[in-house]
Design a binder for this molecule. Structure first.
Ligand code: ATP
Ligand code: MG
Length: 583
């Protein structure tokens, strides 16, 4: 697990120590630096982000996006956005649009370099013809099952296909007829002719073209043969003049094939560099699994605020800056690991602590009547918008005789170290007055506390006693007649297990957290939020960070997503006490 870390401490010229988040060197930067020294690519750095448009982007993709666009920016180079759209059966325009939106939202710009592998279909076809002419590719009539069987295993060499030694002329003719649509799906493939005894299974005559009569979202029915990933990817990189082709570790074993195609065709040869993919605790990062959650109705959609997708995180209230900082912090490595989701939560807290205006909102309202406060009096009290940033100024919050406080902030029989409201006890209402609890009204039938009676000390306006007397608790509150009703959605981790995919024979959905969403429908927030724009973020004092839901919130009914709670010291004390008891 990764621990939180800050930027390097550096001495600047004035010899004072400042803390900056300078990108630490890593093995990818070292490779690029070396290539620049040897002038391998004429001093160019050109990367690309190549998503397959078969799902929405997730936080793992964000790591790759930040890396590719980040390196290009750092070295004054370019980064292309390329849709790797070679699989018509799973790809949709909806995904293309969402990916464009998400990369842009993260803050990156590809200028006029938006490409599609499908734009290269003709050129890729010609490359395949070249391989055939060189005697390096052949049309194979084995069935998919036979091809698998002939491939052999890690310990046994493969067997050569009986079609392997077809003449160049026959191969050219068959390949052309494959393109012309003369054959059924799956009846023939084009394979590279490499080495069926290679220790690397990827080199055992891999398939490079298959027949698929499917409509493509961009090329329509023009093609009924489609190139395979390994063939299309390296050549697309080459066509675009990419210098450093950065991908995740599972492609390490494919690198010899990447190099083989480019060497055989004698074309521009980018350097493939692999890094460890991001795994995040208590969630899954695989488009296939995320699609399963969407299609099975386990979440409300790709942008469900519990999803680790960029669109889910955006709707939840994450900022692009917090995601970019997170990606910078986790760095790049050569070995797989699981990053603690707490690090992502830390990044958004850190960002919003600086930027989010503070407001008061009561999630579980408990009515408080201030017996000695004049009935029709209303005061406008001054509240600080952000103690971290004085330039954010102050606002007025109304105070009146009837208030709501948090149900949790009152205990009839307060345990030790509970410093909030209790019968006979005095506490501070933030920005307002000291109040003392003088009466408790309960439901006759259930015994539930339904209302508190308090008195206030008029001398303590603003929350300070002129006689210097101290109180231990400060509560947030709202004025009942002025407060706005709101729905608040509290999110917890999507899975109950750190790695829901750890067991091969257990469906990851077994570990879905049944309490990942709790909806509170009768919350009360201060009236300054009446015009809160969808997507705007606030700190509800003592509660956490919240975001106006961009889909469901309306002027009539505000809906907030809780982004993250604040770290609650009371919850920690209670937990420690429980642990002590059980020990
Ligand atoms: P998934 O496994 O979620 O289906 P994928 O690798 O099939 O993802 P692509 O659209 O092919 O999805 O990914 C585009 C780019 O993002 C690739 O370069 C891939 O290596 C990178 N990428 C995907 N998942 C991660 C991850 N978890 N961490 C880092 N990079 C990732
Ligand atoms: Mg992929």
């Amino acid at each position: 697990m990764l621990k939180l870390g800050n930027g390097n401490k550096q001495k600047n010229e004035k010899n004072t120590v400042t803390t900056t988040v300078t990108p630490p060197s890593n093995f990818i930067r070292e490779i690029i630096d070396q290539d620049l020294r040897t002038n391998k690519y004429g001093g160019r750095v050109h990367t690309r982000f190549p998503p397959e448009p078969n799902g929405y982007l997730h936080i793992g993709h964000a790591k790759s996006i930040c890396l590719n666009f980040g390196l290009a920016a750092e070295y004054g180079g370019w980064c292309n956005l390329r849709f790797d759209d070679t699989n018509p059966s799973k790809e949709e325009i909806e995904y293309v649009n969402s990916i464009i939106e998400d990369v842009r939202w993260l803050g990156f710009d590809w200028g006029d370099r938006l490409f599609y592998t499908s734009d290269y279909f003709e050129q890729l076809y010609q490359y395949a013809v070249q391989l055939i002419k060189k005697g390096k590719a052949y049309v194979c009539d084995l069935s998919p099952e036979q091809i698998k069987e002939y491939r052999g295993t890690l310990t046994e060499p493969g067997k050569e296909s009986p079609y392997r030694n077809r003449s160049v002329e026959e191969n050219l003719d068959l390949f052309q007829r494959m393109r012309a649509g003369e054959f059924e799906d799956g009846s023939r493939v084009l394979r590279a002719k490499i080495d069926m005894a290679s220790g690397n299974l990827n080199m055992r005559d891999p398939v490079i073209y298959r027949i698929l009569h499917a409509t493509h979202h961009r090329t329509g029915d023009k093609w009924c043969i489609y190139p395979m990933y390994d063939f299309a990817h390296c050549l697309s990189d080459s066509i675009e003049g990419i210098t450093h082709s950065i991908c995740t570790l599972e492609f390490e074993d494919h690198r010899p094939l990447y190099d083989w195609f480019l060497d055989e065709l004698n074309v521009h040869h980018p350097r493939q560099i692999e890094f460890a993919r991001l795994n995040l605790s208590y969630t899954v990062l695989s488009k296939r699994k995320l699609l399963e959650l969407v299609e099975g109705g386990y979440v409300t959609g790709w942008d469900d605020p519990r999803m680790p997708t960029i669109s889910g995180l955006r709707r939840r209230g994450y900022t692009p800056e917090s995601i970019r900082n997170f990606c910078e912090r986790i760095g790049v490595a050569k070995r797989d690991s699981i990053v603690d989701i707490a690090l992502l939560e830390h990044s958004i807290r850190e960002d919003l602590n600086k930027r989010a205006p503070r407001v008061m909102g009561v999630l579980h309202p408990l009515k408080v009547i201030i017996d000695n406060y004049p009935e029709d009096q209303v005061e406008e009290l001054e509240a600080i918008n952000n103690p971290e940033d004085p330039t954010m100024g102050t606002r007025k919050v109304p105070f009146s005789r009837i208030l709501y406080i948090e149900r949790d902030d009152f205990r009839e029989n307060p345990p030790k170290k509970f410093f909030r409201l209790a019968p006979g006890r005095e506490v501070r209402l933030r920005y307002a007055y000291y109040i003392t609890c003088v009466g408790v009204v309960k439901d006759e039938n259930t015994g539930e506390v339904v209302e508190l009676h308090c008195t206030y000390d008029p001398e303590t306006r603003g929350g300070w006693a002129p006689d210097g007397r101290k109180v231990k608790g400060t509560l947030h509150w709202v004025s009942a007649p002025h407060a706005l009703e709101a729905e608040v959605r509290l999110y917890d981790r999507l899975f109950t297990k750190e790695n829901p995919c750890a067991e091969k024979n257990v469906d990851f959905k077994t570990y879905l957290n049944p309490n990942s969403l709790v909806v509170l429908t009768s919350c009360r927030v201060e009236p300054s939020l009446a015009d809160a724009a969808p997507g705007s973020r606030y700190q509800f004092e003592r509660q956490g960070y919240f975001c106006v839901d961009s889909v469901d919130s309306t002027k009539e009914k505000l809906v907030f997503n809780r982004i993250v709670p604040l770290r609650d010291s009371w919850a920690k004390i209670e937990k420690a006490q429980k642990q002590q008891k059980s020990a």
